[in-house]
Design a protein around this ligand. Sequence first.
Ligand code: SF4
Length: 282
Amino acid sequence: MMKTANGFRYVPFITLSLSEPEPRIWITLSGCNFKCKGCFSIARDTIGEPMTVDGLIHWVKKSSRAYNGNTLLQDAVITGGEPTLDKDFLLDLVLNLKRSVGVKHITLSTNGYLLDKEYVMELKDAGLDGVKLDIKAYNESIHQWYTSMSNRSVLKAARYLWESKLDFRVETVLMPEIVDVEEIERIASFLAQIDPGIKYKVIKFAPGEAREKVTRRPSDNEIQLAVNSASKYLRNVAGGKACVQQFASPGSREEEAKKWVRVYPDMKTETIIAKPGGFEVS
Ligand code: SF4
């Protein structure tokens, strides 16, 4: 029998991939405890419909059946906003995605602020497989200025996540003159003290998608410089774009040919096709 959290989260939409052989879903839980100036997520605000875990699981199953038939979902990414705001809700969601929906691999995308050691282990026990942690800045005053919150618990969370042996990776957005190459190097050095094998990705700031255009888009050369600096400390460093699905909005200029469907709480849908030159939304 499904265990249901007492609370609910607001969910604006769920998103299914249509161009990959292995079906994948993104579950967007809206609302966030950070106020990142360059946030590109519309889900930072509490938007969408209030959902219990029970209701959300039902919606996921119905949408998945409509687009994937009987093929089991390979991956689920729980994202936001910030998914950890209601700890019981997230635990139940992970548990039921595994047990009731049969998702093979679940990843949590988080700012890490609310992840303490005990909660990380509870999530793992519930069935969580991986975590993508955003470290916005290493310098406390930059982090405070950019997010409105301290980074102390985020940095502690990095250690807990590594100790948990979950599939763990870290991302940072390179923002010229704010979170610059030196700051990336400080983050890489910090992570290397935990384990030089931690996977780390440097993402390009995209002012066109940001709430506040706090800086310009870094060049490919600057990304490469940041990757090179981080690689002095870490073995697995990559540079590039954030998940293209997160940027999927009309007028965006990502260049990967991919296709998703967004399913809204009333089961209305929006198909998003990313192709060279822009997005088509129908
Ligand atoms: S943590 Fe993520 S969703 Fe929250 S404000 Fe920052 S970028 Fe936006």
